[in-house]
Design a protein around this ligand. Structure first.
Ligand SMILES: Cc1ncc(COP(=O)(O)O)c(C=O)c1O
Length: 486
């Protein structure tokens, strides 16, 4: 046995597992995969690719994950997820905890019983949610989702023909669509930076990429006005480093717009300290609120984190409009977030439920959740390196500033197969259909510098309802499937 074989077989058996919640299918599968007596039969499946260093790192991460197992089992039991499936696509959709569902149900029924309306800017709810995100209530708006927040942010800016927005070639349609509207409607120009992939990158890479692009546009006589970027990108799960990019933004005195679809509920960020003008996040993904909810952070006063003047901005979807000028100091002149939140009669139970989920996250501890999610992802990355080698990763692994709970890699034994979109889609559906845990992940297509065709990598989300066993089972199943599809 190689060193890696030993580790892969020893670590799981050393750990006591609570299997009481599992379906028979899941139990049988894990037994088959080597968590029981038949482990020795698995030798050929556990082909080693990584170094003994990465194996040691995987062991350390696994130990960290199981150290607090009882706590996380309690958290896992807060959800109503179908136990016959393993949901690893939180980047697309989360799941409301039971207590949030109960509150949503009660408030829906109360509203119906009392024929209630929803004419409100929901200030009381915004007051409850805002501290968890490091802002004041006038800086936190409820939107319909990330895409809606991106429309509010981008289409509210009075663009001039020739304004340049610097962005990346790995953006989501939720941010690109309003940018394209601004291009056609106002004549802005969009300058896209090709994104690196893989482990060989650091936070400084992005600082340099944005700075160099802005400088070269300026040198060519262009009027750069804003930077818009995803953190993380949904394609490779690369956490574009907000603090570093904000340094560039401030140095060039630009407007900053972050597509932070995945940030609320995953990362414990203090947006007052980060200082971007806009951050649009989802309420229904990692934050596990209801569908059709989002959180839009809007800079509305001058803080030390960003001394630039507030950009001019007009609400575009509202029934609350203030004609007051924006402040030039540390005190807001009006509640800008009210203008986004209040548009006719809104469905108040949705936002009550979102805030309930936010408060649950606050009580568990946002930092604790972030650490757990990232440790799951770090463990997954080490396991990927053991099996497929470091070159298979599209997500960075070694610079913590670039790591989040989305992990993306090429699972194919023949690496060129990652450019086959049909095969990639088949991988996703076979993983769910042919393995008893019903593993639900997604793939995403994106450009890779120097590649003739798009790469269609697998993307896995790791969140509070997962544990180290889920990661082991996923990696084993994906390795097995990649062998079958070779
Ligand atoms: C980076 C990014 N932006 C925007 C969106 C759109 O999210 P929503 O459905 O909340 O509008 C997604 C969805 O996956 C995303 O990953």
């Amino acid at each position: 046995m190689t060193r890696s074989d030993t580790v892969a077989l020893e670590a799981p058996t050393a750990m006591p597992m609570d299997t009481s919640r599992w379906t028979n299918k899941r139990r049988d599968f894990l037994r088959m995969m080597g968590y029981g007596a038949g482990a020795a039969a698995l030798g050929p499946m556990l082909m080693a690719c990584g170094s003994s260093n990465s194996a040691t790192q995987a062991e350390t991460l696994r130990a960290q994950l199981v150290a607090d197992e009882a706590f996380w089992t309690n958290v896992q039991n807060m959800f109503t997820l179908n136990p016959a499936k393993t949901f690893m696509n939180i980047g697309t959709a989360g799941s409301m905890p039971k207590q949030t569902l109960d509150l949503f149900d009660t408030e829906n029924r109360k509203k119906a019983a009392e024929s209630g309306n929803g004419y409100s800017n929901l200030l009381d709810l915004r007051k409850l949610a805002a501290p968890g995100f490091g802002v004041d209530p006038d800086e936190l708006a409820f939107s319909a989702n990330t895409s809606s927040g991106m429309c509010h942010a981008i289409l509210g800016i009075p663009w001039q023909a020739g304004d340049v927005v610097v962005t990346t070639n790995h953006e989501h349609g939720g941010g690109l669509t309003p940018l394209n509207i601004a291009k056609d409607r106002y004549g802005i120009e969009i300058s896209m930076i090709p994104m690196p992939v893989g482990n060989n990158q650091t936070a400084a890479t992005y600082q340099n990429l944005f700075d160099e692009r802005i400088r070269s546009l300026k040198a060519a006589g262009k009027r750069v006005r804003a930077v818009m970027w995803s953190s993380p990108t949904y394609k490779t799960g690369t956490l574009l480093p907000i603090a570093e990019i904000m340094q560039v933004v401030k140095q060039h005195e630009l407007i900053s717009i972050v597509d932070g679809a995945h940030l609320p509920g995953m990362m414990d960020y203090n947006y007052g300290e980060l200082g971007m003008d806009f951050m649009s996040g989802a309420g229904h993904k990692w934050q596990c609120g209801p569908g059709s909810t989002g959180i839009l952070i809007m800079r509305n006063k001058i803080r030390a984190s960003n001394p630039l003047p507030l950009p001019k901005w007009y609400p575009v979807h509202t029934s609350s409009y203030s004609t007051r000028e924006r402040t030039t100091n540390g005190t807001e002149t009006f509640d800008i977030a009210a203008s986004v939140t209040s548009c006719g009669s809104v469905h108040t139970p949705m936002f009550q439920a979102l805030v309930n989920a936010c408060q649950l996250w606050d009580s568990i501890g946002r930092k604790k959740i972030e650490t757990y999610d990232l440790t799951l992802s770090a463990y997954l990355k080490e396991k990927v390196v053991e099996r497929w080698g470091i070159g298979a990763l599209y997500s960075p692994k070694d610079d913590p500033k670039l790591c989040c709970a989305l992990t993306s890699w090429n699972p194919f034994r023949n690496p060129a197969d990652v450019m086959d979109s049909v095969k990639s889609a088949a991988f996703v559906s076979r993983l769910q259909a042919e393995y008893p845990q019903g593993l639900i992940i997604r793939n995403s297509g994106f450009e890779v510098i120097g590649a003739a065709n798009q790469h269609y990598a697998m993307r896995v989300s790791t969140h509070v309802w997962h544990d180290a066993n889920d990661i082991d089972a996923l990696v084993n199943a994906m390795w097995d499937l990649s062998g079958k599809m070779a």
